[in-house]
Design a protein around this ligand. Structure first.
Ligand SMILES: O=P(O)(O)OC[C@H]1O[C@H](OP(=O)(O)OP(=O)(O)O)[C@H](O)[C@@H]1O
Ligand SMILES: NC(=O)CC[C@H](N)C(=O)O
Ligand SMILES: [Mg+2]
Length: 504
């Protein structure tokens, strides 16, 4: 769940707007950031590890990122490693000069790498699946053999990508001198929206992972890029759009609504905020059904993401809602940090209890999800240390028991605290007096109520069933080998010495 953005403007340089859009999407990736812009026949690229505000220095970088169109990226790695060499956008000069930002994860990247080398004669310089995706797109565009690209050529290339690539990909690509293309895999696993803004010189367009980026910059939303669809905005402000997949099946990732997306975003026509409110209601109904004589004195959310569901949960239970943990505003999201040691340390730095809210009370702590159990374990202990009498814990989503292969870095079952454990075992391990999980049908209903046209979601982290239906146990074992915390750290350490040939 990286963040992607692309802008085509009829007036000004897009550097500052891309910077602002990426800042709005920072919650989707904290490891690296990048922007590439196109001015006439020149490209300007800056990408590096770090937060948006740290990567782009005003005088050194921003002023040099010239041009009225560009694409940007904030990264949360799910493939390759986390060196700056794999920061995005990626670039290839054949044909025309194409740069690409990708959110998601390809599940056939290894096969494609072979194909690209042996058949297409293309060189890849990193382990990133996004560089693979860029080269497939570039090769498919080459196949058109066009001296001047038409929208037809571009849509045919996207169709070619759909034929060859498996997994999740929400992308923005910039074709030097031509325009910006947004496209989404035929299942629509990761979100991407687009919109426009009227100016004296014509229409400016933006494509971004979430609608918050559009709102903040004064763009009006036109809609979601649909599964399999591509939207092409030419440099002179014309919009073309086409369904490029033979058999698209809307199956967005439900975890976007649980945790990944900002609550103020609307994705796939569903208000994330409302979906989270409904998760709170469903959870309250379950508690009232299964534990009618509960003795909960107060509901305390674990900031940030569980706040919305927590408030509605408390209201439905008819008990007080209290901000018992104060979040340090300078610490980012812990779940998407790269190593367990850092994640564990950050929970304590990030959240501090307000003692009086716990002393002598039966507290119900509520979080949006329990993944590795890092947050819940620490927080339950903190509640006890603060004098709580009983500590109950509720999760607004069901137990996360299976790896994600579509752009969330949850690759190994052993790292998932709920994998192979019963509710009782989890209660004991996390140290809760009672543990309540949302039921999956309730979660699906809470989200689906926002858009009844979506008949299925990717719920693989809860069920182990993958919407693309091509995930074998061998693939998962390989993933486990390559993406465990230990394996990642080893790779990142060794890659740090060879970062100079970046993909640009
Ligand atoms: O079981 P775990 O492995 O700890 O993962 C789950 C926790 O991580 C996330 O919080 P995070 O701090 O990333 O972000 P937030 O501030 O948006 O809640 C999520 O909201 C849970 O609190
Ligand atoms: N979280 C994502 O969307 C990651 C994109 C890509 N797979 C990478 O690792 O860089
Ligand atoms: Mg959280």
């Amino acid at each position: 769940m990286c963040g992607i953005a692309g802008i085509v403007s009829q007036s000004a340089n897009v550097n500052q707007e891309l910077f602002d859009a990426l800042t709005m999407l920072q919650h989707r990736g904290q490891d690296a950031a990048g922007i590439i812009t196109n001015d006439e026949d020149r490209l300007y690229l800056r990408k590096e590890n770090g937060l948006v505000r740290d990567v782009f220095n005003k005088d050194e970088h921003m002023q040099q990122l010239r041009g009225p169109m560009g694409v940007g990226h904030v990264r949360y790695p799910t493939a390759g490693c986390s060196t700056s060499a794999e920061a995005q956008p990626f670039y290839t000069n054949m044909p025309f000069g194409i740069s690409l930002s990708h959110n998601g994860n390809l599940t056939n990247a290894e096969e494609l790498k072979q194909e690209l080398f042996l058949q297409d004669r293309r060189h890849l310089n990193t382990e990133s699946d996004s560089e693979v995706l860029l080269n497939v797109f570039a090769h498919e565009l080459m196949q058109r053999n066009a001296l001047r690209l038409s929208p037809e050529d571009i849509f045919a290339a996207v169709s070619g990508v759909h034929h060859r690539c498996r997994g999740a990909y929400a992308c923005v690509a910039m074709i030097t001198g031509y325009g910006v293309v947004g496209f989404r895999d035929p299942f629509g696993i990761r979100p991407v929206v687009y919109g426009f803004r009227e100016t004296a010189n014509g229409r400016d367009y933006m494509i971004a992972s979430e609608s918050v980026a559009l709102n903040a910059l004064g763009y009006e939303m036109l809609g979601d890029i649909l599964p399999g669809e591509a939207v092409y905005i030419t440099h002179d402000g014309k919009l073309h759009k086409r369904q490029c997949a033979a058999n698209p099946i809307y199956s967005p990732c439900i975890f976007e609504h649980v945790y990944l997306a900002r609550p103020d975003s609307v994705i796939d026509n569903i208000y994330v905020y409302k979906a989270r409110l409904r998760m709170g209601i469903k959870l309250a109904e379950k508690i009232l059904r299964e534990w009618p004589d509960h003795d909960i004195d107060v509901v305390i959310p674990i900031p940030d993401t569980s706040r919305v569901a927590g408030a509605e949960l408390a209201a439905r239970l008819g008990v007080n809602y209290r901000e018992g943990f104060i979040k340090n505003r300078y610490i980012g999201r812990t779940f998407i940090m790269p190593g367990q040691a850092q994640r564990k340390k950050s929970v304590r730095q990030k959240l501090n209890p307000v003692g009086i809210e716990f002393k002598g009370k039966n507290v119900l702590l509520v979080d949006d999800s329990i993944v590795r159990g890092t947050t819940s374990q620490e927080i339950i202990q903190m509640a006890r240390d603060s004098g709580a009498r009983k500590v109950y814990f509720a999760s607004a989503s069901p137990p996360v028991r299976y790896p994600n292969v579509y752009g969330i870095d949850m690759p190994t079952t052993v790292e998932l605290v709920a994998h192979g454990r019963s509710n009782e075992q989890l209660e004991q391990l996390l140290g809760a007096d009672r543990l309540i999980y949302q039921d999956l049908p309730d979660l699906i209903e809470a989200v689906r109520q926002g858009n009844k046209n979506i008949t299925r979601f990717d719920t693989s982290v809860f069920t182990g069933e993958y919407v693309t239906q091509d995930i074998s146990s061998e693939y998962l074992s390989q993933l486990e080998l390559f993406r465990s915390d230990a394996a990642k750290q080893k790779r990142t350490r060794s890659a740090q010495t060879v970062i100079e040939l970046k993909n640009a």
